[in-house]
Design a protein around this ligand. Sequence first.
Ligand SMILES: Cc1cc2nc3c(=O)[nH]c(=O)nc-3n(C[C@H](O)[C@H](O)[C@H](O)COP(=O)(O)O)c2cc1C
Length: 222
Amino acid sequence: MDNKVKILVLFYSFTGSTAKLAKYVAEGAREIDDVEVSVKQIPELLPPEFFNSKPELKKVRESFAHIPIATLEDMTSSDGVAFGTPVHFGSFASQWKQFIDQLSPVFVKGTMVGKPAALFASSGSTHGGEEAALISMIIPLLNLGMIPIGVPYPIQGAGSDFDAGSPYGAVYVSGHKGDKAITEGDIKIARILGKRLAAMAKIIRHGCDNLPQCSFLSAPYE
Ligand SMILES: Cc1cc2nc3c(=O)[nH]c(=O)nc-3n(C[C@H](O)[C@H](O)[C@H](O)COP(=O)(O)O)c2cc1C
């Protein structure tokens, strides 16, 4: 088995803000040694015709079009996954859920059981539904057996005024017109989230090599 711990930063983005946050989550994950981090996006469900009459939107989307499209295999072969979504009407984007809803065979086999998951979201406005989106994402991921990793306020470090992120994951409020710059606080929380995810994935992967009892995390109960 490849000894490197694999972290996937997997997001859907409609206009690029969640893609911005993904970059910093990935940076945080790379702070842990011997971790291979990839950033991929969830396939678009809207047909190309939807974008044809929207040249401005098309242009914005070109800024993150270079990020590879994820396959289910990208997810199942990872040791830990950070999931990102924009807030759409107070919840996660349907593109994200559609990706997850293809995972019945994965659910049955238990492939994701015992692997850590981290969450991040971008919304237009503060309290626009970012916490609801993050918490809702945990539900299907717990069904898959994943272990949620958050960002507890006490570990946010010096200079933190509890004014960025959330205990449930990283957040970027992009503003009503999507023109609000990502703040230093948002970036810091995204990095902490990625680093915690990678550390936990490494602990679970390699810790279990040396601590047989911990195999119960992904084995049938006896
Ligand atoms: C269909 C749709 C629904 C949205 N609903 C909300 C919402 O409920 N609350 C909110 O704060 N922003 C909402 N927004 C704004 C986005 O969450 C915001 O622009 C976010 O930063 C977009 O992330 P993205 O650029 O990765 O797509 C919505 C945007 C779209 C396109």
